[in-house]
Structures are given as C-alpha cells and as structure tokens.
Write a protein that binds this ligand. Structure first.
Ligand SMILES: Nc1ncnc2c1ncn2[C@@H]1O[C@H](COP(=O)(O)OP(=O)(O)OP(=O)(O)O)[C@@H](O)[C@H]1O
Length: 457
C-alpha cells in the first residue's frame, strides 16, 4: 500500500555530499537515509524499498567509468516495485547520464547541485513513483487504452505522425494521458531505441532554467563548479517531452524559441553552439483560449511547437472507454495487492460509466486502487471507489481544453466549490506542502499552483 511518508535513499561514497543532501531533503520528507556503497543495497532493500534513490555512479577511489552505479541501477530497476532513481554524476559526463536514463533512471543531476533543482527533481521523481503503481503500469511500459472513436482517432494521429520528425503538441486536461501519447509517439518513431526524456517545464526554477535545459560550462557563474549537460544534450538522438509548457514564464519561452529556431543550444559560458538532435513533443492542459492569448504564450513559439496538434478528449467525452479502463486497473491492482478478482454490481458499473471523472484517467486509476484496497463485499460497490457524488452529472464540464460544455451553471458552481474544498483539505493535511498536497490530489504541482490561483487560496 502506498506510504504516507516517502523514503528517500542517498547512495554516495562521499559522506559530506550524502550528509548535505540528507539535511536539505529532511526538511521536506519524512525518511531520508544514506548509504555509502552499493554493497549495502541488498540488506537495505530487504528492510525497506525506498521511493526515490539518489544514486552516485563511482564509488571506488579513482573510478570514473560509472560501472558500479550502473550495476546498482540495474539492481534497483529489477525490483518488483522499483524506486525512482535520480542519477548523480560528479563530472560533465553526458554519455553516463544518457546511459543511466536509457536504463531507467528518471532524471539526472550534476554535483555540486543547485538546492532548488535537487528539491524539484526529488519532488517530480516522487510524483512519478506514486503514479507508477507497479512496473507493469509505469508510464514507460503502459499501453494507451481505449477503443472509443475519439481514442482511435488519437491513435491514428500517433501512427501517422510518429515516423516524421514533426514537432507535436498534445492538448488535454490533467490526467487524460498526454504523457502516454508522447511516449507512444517516441516508441513508434525511428528514435525508439534512444532516450525519452520528460521535463516538467512548469517546475524548472526560473533562475536555473537555461542551465537545466542547455547546460553550462565550469566557471560560467559562481555556482558553476563543473561542466554540466542540459536536458537537450541528454536527450540527443531521442525525444524530449516538454510537459506543462503553458506554465513557462515569457522570458523562458523566448529562450526556448531561439533554440527551436536555430536547432542548436549554447551552454552558458560556452563560446560556440552545439547542434541539437531531438524530437520535440510538448504538452499543456491550458485551454486553447489561454494558449492563444499572446500575453500568456508567445505565438511564434506556439507556431514552432504545434506543427501537429493532438487533442486528447476528457474521459467524460469518451465514456465508452470507461468499462475497459476500470477492468484493466481493477485487475492490475488486484494482482499488485494480491486481492481476489471481484465482479462489480450492475448499479456501480452504471454509476461509474456516468461519472464526470474531473481528474480523468488518473482519477479513475486512483479510484480503482482505493476500491481494491478497501472493498469488503463479494462485488465492488459505488462506495468502494470513494468518488464525490457531486461530480456525478452527465452534463458536467470543467471548461478545460474542450471549452465549456453543456453542463448547467449550478453543476459548475458545485464542482468548483468541491475542488476548492478538496484542495484546502489536502493542503491542511500536508501542512502546506505543495508537492505532498498535489500527490494527494493526483495532479501535478504546476496544476495545483494554477488551481490555487483560480480559487484565490
Ligand atoms: N488511455 C489510457 N490508457 C491507460 N492508462 C491511461 C490512459 N490515459 C491515461 N492513463 C493513465 O492515467 C495517468 C495519467 O496519465 P498521463 O500522466 O499520461 O496524463 P497527463 O495528461 O500527462 O496528465 P498531467 O496533465 O497531469 O501531466 C497515468 O497513470 C496513465 O498511465
């Protein structure tokens, strides 16, 4: 069962480095432990598998080939419920970072790190870990389900666009499956054997935006103690998924535009640019009216990103997909939690098929997990899914990408109040910790920030 308190393990032979990371992360996370050699892993893992591992790659004195770290990474990834691994490299070792990403690390960070960046990397690794309830259900391996006309159209678009190098913009509300679409494009492209790297553009600290994306040279600013590769270099030859682009500040948008126009990046402090060979897939849950507002998003950048647009409709607009998704996730969680395979009462099936699913497939997945854990009867019942009855309205609309739907104003008001109350409750339970609250609510941190603004919280 998912723990309320995350466990973060730092595996680094340098005790000072491990201690500094522990001190920083302990302020935010319940359990932060450290080990100094991969040899300690089997015993540690037998006691408790962490949610996130910050993994150094070289342990024995003088070694720089990263082999020890890669072996530890393979060991971690082979666990039944592997932790999210953030690779820590001490050198400007792009090939090693790329190899780690290919073998399943979710991110990399270069020592010495920027504190804000380390905290953001751990937060986003935790969010991914929580979403991937089992290896078979991690975004990297999960198939895009759904046989509705709308999903068949999405899959046809994916098949047509994948073999091309065209930039693709995926639009849709939170939790509709935008990242799965981006991965499917990568997997069906000629870059499939290469890296797929997802970057939450809304979570990149503004102060380190350029260095994170484009890298920097040692000495180019006070904290640049070593060369460092950016996301564009790390994804070389593969695909870069720029998620939550709607949350990028305008200044950052201008920098990204320059890179996309010239197809080259200049690391901070470098005297010459480097060619960029990445396929760009981007995504946002911003509604189109906002996305096309020049005061929010630069039209020239939008023009670069949206060569092809794929709109993933909300679940309430493709209800035919609900039964298959329910069955898929119920069976998957029953097997994960070793629970009996239950049938479902006809009323529950009908109720769930008419539910508005404001959090889309992600919410459906969470509801299935809850039902599997809590159900006591011979069959699943509506109450097992823990859904808000107020969102059970056929004409419901959140006014997301698809624009306002036919729902009556009373419904929206009720749902809006419900959302505000749920956010307030999650924040209170998480003592104001945004990352924790966003995990509880099943939305990204960036999405939660936007909702806080919307509700004036
Ligand atoms: N068509 C689908 N079939 C199976 N699982 C799906 C589908 N769509 C979404 N999911 C699951 O729902 C969850 C959310 O999907 P994903 O992260 O791709 O959504 P998103 O639109 O990128 O969300 P966000 O806007 O919040 O980043 C994941 O666990 C994913 O596996």
């Amino acid at each position: 069962m998912r723990r309320m308190t995350a466990h973060i393990l730092i595996l680094d032979d340098d005790t000072d480095v491990a201690y500094a990371a522990q001190m920083l992360l302990r302020r935010r996370h319940g359990k932060v432990s450290a080990a100094h050699t991969p040899a300690a892993l089997p015993e540690l893992l037998a006691r408790d598998v962490p949610d996130v591992v910050l993994l150094d790659f070289n342990f024995a004195p003088g070694r720089i080939d990263g082999a020890e770290g890669l072996a530890a990474l393979d060991l971690l990834r082979a666990l039944p419920r592997p932790p999210a691994v953030i690779a820590m490299t001490a050198y400007a070792d792009v090939p090693l970072a790329v190899e780690a990403l290919k073998r399943g690390a979710c991110d990399f960070i270069t020592k010495p790190w920027d504190n804000a960046r380390l905290v953001a990397a751990v937060d986003s690794a935790l969010a991914r870990h929580a979403a991937a309830a089992s290896p078979a259900m991690s975004p990297a391996t999960e198939a895009l389900m759904g046989d509705s006309a709308a999903m068949r159209a999405v899959k046809t678009m994916i098949a047509s666009v994948a073999p091309t190098e065209a930039n693709v913009l995926v639009l849709g509300e939170n939790g509709v499956g935008k990242e799965l679409v981006a991965r499917a494009i990568h997997q069906a492209s000629r870059r499939a054997g290469q890296t797929f790297l997802a970057v939450d553009m809304g979570a990149l600290p503004e102060s380190t935006f350029e260095s994170e994306l484009f890298g920097h040279r040692k000495g180019s600013f006070t904290d640049a103690k070593a060369d460092r590769a950016g996301r564009f270099q790390a994804a070389r030859g593969g695909s870069l998924f720029l998620d939550e682009i709607g949350n990028m500040p305008l200044a950052a948008q201008a920098k990204l535009l320059t890179v996309l126009e010239r197809r080259e990046v200049t690391p901070i402090g470098a005297d010459r640019p480097e060619a960029v060979d990445v396929r760009i897939v981007s995504a946002t849950n911003l509604d189109e009216a906002r996305l096309f507002d020049p005061s929010v998003f630069r039209p020239d950048l939008l023009f670069r990103l949206n060569t092809i647009v794929i709109r993933v409709p909300p679940l309430r607009e493709r209800r035919e997909d609900i039964p298959a998704l329910l069955l898929h996730y119920l069976r998957a969680y029953e097997s994960q939690y070793q629970r009996p395979a239950r049938g479902m009462r006809a009323e529950a099936q009908a109720w769930l098929a008419q539910y508005a699913w404001p959090g889309n497939v992600r919410a459906l997945r969470h509801a299935c997990e809850r039902a599997v854990i809590l159900a006591l009867g011979a069959e699943y019942e509506v109450d097992d899914f823990g859904l808000a009855p107020q969102a059970h309205a056929a004409g419901y609309s959140t006014g997301g990408v698809a624009g306002p739907g036919p729902g009556n104003p009373g419904d929206e008001l009720t749902l809006s109040t419900l959302e505000r109350d749920a956010i307030a409750a999650a924040l209170a339970a998480a003592n104001g910790n945004i990352s924790q609250a966003s995990r509880m609510l099943g939305v990204s941190r960036a999405a939660l920030y936007r909702k806080l603004g919307k509700h004036g919280i």
